[in-house]
Design a protein. Structure first.
Length: 202
């Protein structure tokens, strides 16, 4: 028991980040606006965690999450037609193309920065998960259902990386994230099917 208490004492920031991250994911599946303030809190915890672990691209990603959380909070409440809330929609082919081009450019830039200016131990994988997460989070802010597919990829790759780095609470979090991303996709898909939703630009 003493060892557990000592471990929790030494890793309380990571434990808090993992806990708020799980609640954040649950609210995102339910499409509740509290997704965003919880996401904001989780990001603040992980800015510190990733800095200490030398996952610099992931740390920078958390700064982006802080900004996108504020935007997503507003968009889910007021970003739809006539100033109303957003509803779930699909992603048009043209938006997919733009998103993947943005991913490619972001990946190259982040990889170069990590290799040139940091001591990152896995610059390409770090850049991959960071770049794809940027796209996925923006799609979440716009309630695009396909963002769940991107998160399945990001979460599984991140799970492997964090296990390798010894971030076990975070690894457990991303294991749950991977499973819940599947749950989230089918939950949102059922809503689209029930409403016979026609893809629209949000």
């Amino acid at each position: 028991m003493g060892a557990i208490i000592n471990w929790l004492s030494d890793n309380w920031i990571e434990v808090c980040g993992a806990a708020t991250g799980l609640v954040y994911l649950w609210f995102s599946i339910k499409q509740h606006f509290l997704t965003w303030p919880l996401g904001l809190a989780t990001s603040l915890f992980y800015i510190y965690i990733f800095f200490v672990s030398k996952f610099y691209a992931d740390m920078a990603l958390q700064v982006y999450y802080v900004v996108i959380s504020i935007y997503g909070w507003w968009a889910w409440l007021h970003g739809g037609q006539s100033g109303g809330g957003l509803t779930v929609s699909t992603t048009h082919r043209s938006l997919w193309l733009v998103s993947m081009l943005a991913f490619g450019v972001t990946f190259v830039v982040i990889s170069w920065i990590l290799i040139r200016f940091t001591d990152s131990v896995i610059p390409y994988w770090d850049a991959f998960t960071t770049a794809l997460s940027i796209i996925a989070t923006w799609m979440l802010a716009r309630k695009k259902i396909e963002h769940w597919i991107l998160w399945i990829i990001v979460d599984f790759v991140s799970l492997i990386l964090y296990l390798w780095k010894g971030l076990y609470p975070t690894s457990l979090l991303f294991m749950v994230y991977t499973v819940m991303a599947f749950v989230g996709y089918f939950s949102w898909k059922n809503e689209l099917n029930d409403k016979k939703w026609i893809p629209a630009v949000n």
